[in-house]
Design a protein around this ligand. Structure first.
Ligand code: NAG
Ligand code: NAG
Ligand code: NAG
Ligand code: NAG
Length: 525
């Protein structure tokens, strides 16, 4: 991912949270959607809302945006028939951009026990609340995150989504997740605790100094850099990514030496001056300096040197040619999510499921329609063999064909799919595609879809050095534990269960379940 926070990255992180802000239970429960959503608002933007019994019924419903002044938004909830919301800016915090109060007036409940559940989102945060008493409620935004959020809210307001009832448990589970994104010591320890609890990760502290005095002469083309960020937005995002995929690293980059012997780092998900996450090729010194001094996500980094036999196969010219052809292209948001969804039900730790993915996409589409179109919709259309359908059309089409959204998500990504902004590669897909071009998969190349690989799938490949005496001489020199790879940065010892153990095979990783905490991987999936 990007090396520091940016609006697109923070939005992504926040949107991942939306995945959790919904419920898996209802799809599986015997209760019919119609019972859960008896009275949906009339004026909602969801076009197929009236076709009940469809997958779309359980998605969060976009109500509208609450903005400043007298332009309040009014709607009819599931429980309260008369609702109204408006936003008031204030400066109680005395900060540069101030904060705001969202006022909601809920009236005319149809029973005493029913409850409306709402999610409020800006591209920079998501929060929620529920009501079961008619009165005026407020949601406080003590302080806008910065100019970008302030401007966004001023122009577009705060988006409101109505969620179906019965998801209180899921919301409570969120208390675990929210601190993950805080750039504080508390946020960092929340990330560690989350991974310890849900993945069984260890995070043993290493002796100081936590930075290795690396010499570039011992790093070669094709060597992999496995990165794990544990703080701030990227930390939180990577934590969730690790949890759903079973990978013990959340980001990756690759080393390349040019014909003059200069060392470079290729990275998909590097942030450019405009704050966009793109594929970049940077001089090693620049990249390494940034990671040590400017990356606020507290990165832990390990160098995974290629095995000499594998290195001998590595066609450096072909690798450079591929890298140059991808340079400047956007990070692979299109297929990011599809790399871990291989199976219909065995990739979603509770409370995630396909329905939540759809919820996430709904919220995203509402807030960043331009992004959404190229992010998910294209990838979904490719799976259906259609063009230009939006998410709701996709859901309708899937049902028409007697299939389901979860089956659609499980369709493997094809590496040769070209999106409107070019080929799409996440950090690890970029590296593995380079490996493929450079000849490391040999004759298997045509039956390997690297977009189906997670970072874990990559470090499990038996491409790496097996002989400790051939590792760079500074490898783990600060540490009393000798890892089979070289950790070069970080307070916590990095662990990669299954490192360097798996021969590649045809159609590898196209049907692998990934369920925490054990992430059992059947042979030949
Ligand atoms: C809102 O409406 C009230 C009464 O109609 C009016 O006095 C006030 O100026 C309006 N405020 C804004 C910001 O338009
Ligand atoms: C809020 O108050 C502080 C301190 O008085 C001031 O510097 C800042 O400009 C104010 N912000 C807004 C948005 O009014
Ligand atoms: C790092 O290694 C280089 C070359 O071996 C050496 O000149 C330099 O002093 C070392 N720096 C530190 C901080 O140890
Ligand atoms: C490991 O590498 C060293 C140095 O190249 C070599 O002498 C030794 O035989 C190798 N060991 C094995 C088991 O291959």
């Amino acid at each position: 991912m990007a090396s520091s926070s940016s609006s697109s990255s923070s939005f992504f992180a926040v949107s991942v949270l939306i995945l959790f802000v919904s419920t898996a239970e209802s799809l599986k429960s015997p209760i019919h959607p119609r019972d859960l959503l008896p009275h949906l608002p009339r004026q909602v933007s969801w076009p197929i809302l009236n076709s009940l019994y469809g997958a779309a019924d359980l998605l969060p419903t976009f109500i509208g945006t609450a903005s400043q002044g007298n332009n309040s938004v009014e709607w009819k909830g599931a429980c309260f028939y008369e609702n109204k919301a408006w936003l008031e800016f204030h400066n109680k915090s005395g900060s540069e951009f101030g904060g705001g109060t969202l006022h909601i007036k809920a009236d005319n409940a149809h029973s005493w026990t029913c409850m409306d559940l709402y999610v409020f989102a800006t591209p920079y945060r998501v929060t929620w609340t529920w009501y079961f008493i008619s009165r005026e409620h407020t949601v406080e935004f003590a302080e806008w995150e910065g100019k970008a959020e302030y401007e966004y809210v001023k122009n577009k307001g705060v988006s409101i989504f109505l969620m179906h009832a019965g998801m209180l448990g899921t919301l409570q589970a969120l208390w675990d997740v929210f601190p993950l994104f805080t750039n504080t010591g508390w946020g960092e320890s929340s990330n560690l605790k989350f991974l310890e609890k849900h993945m069984g990760a260890k995070f043993e502290p290493r002796p100081q100094p936590w930075v290795t005095n690396v010499t570039t002469d011992q790093i070669q083309s094709g060597d992999l850099l496995a990165i794990s960020k544990i703080r701030g937005r990227w930390g939180g995002f990577e934590t969730l990514e690790k949890w759903v995929s079973g990978a013990y690293a959340g980001h990756s980059a690759v080393c390349l030496r040019d014909s003059e012997g200069k060392l470079w780092v290729g990275e998909s998900g590097n942030e450019n001056e405009k704050g966009e996450d793109v594929i970049a090729i940077l001089p090693w010194e620049e990249w390494w300096e940034f990671e040590q001094t400017k990356d606020d996500s507290n990165p832990q980094i390990a160098l995974l040197p290629l095995h000499p036999d594998v290195r001998a196969k590595f066609n450096v010219d072909a690798a450079w040619k591929y890298a140059r052809s991808m340079e400047g292209k956007p990070y692979g948001y299109h297929n990011l999510i599809f790399s871990w969804i291989d199976t219909i039900s065995e990739n979603y730790p509770p409370p995630l499921d396909a329905h939540l993915v759809a919820s996430f996409m709904t919220v995203w589409s509402q807030m960043q329609p331009d992004y959404a179109a190229n992010m998910w919709n294209e990838a979904l259309n490719k799976r259906l063999g259609t063009k230009g359908l939006d998410l709701s059309d996709v859901l309708v089409e899937v049902e028409k064909r007697g299939s389901s959204f979860d089956k659609l998500l499980a369709v493997p990504e094809q590496d040769d799919w070209i999106y409107s902004d070019g080929k799409s590669t996440s950090c690890i897909a970029f590296i593995l595609e380079m490996y493929k071009e450079a000849g490391l998969f040999g004759s298997l190349a045509n039956s390997i879809q690297v977009t189906e690989f997670t970072i874990k799938d990559a470090y499990m490949l038996n491409f790496f050095e097996t002989n400790a005496s051939r590792l760079p001489q500074w490898c783990n020199d600060n540490d009393n534990v000798k890892l089979p790879y070289c950790q070069i940065l970080g307070k916590y010892r990095m662990e990669f269960p299954g490192y360097n153990t798996m021969d590649p095979y045809s159609h590898m990783n196209e049907q692998c379940p990934s369920l925490p905490p054990k992430y059992n991987r059947p042979e030949n999936c």
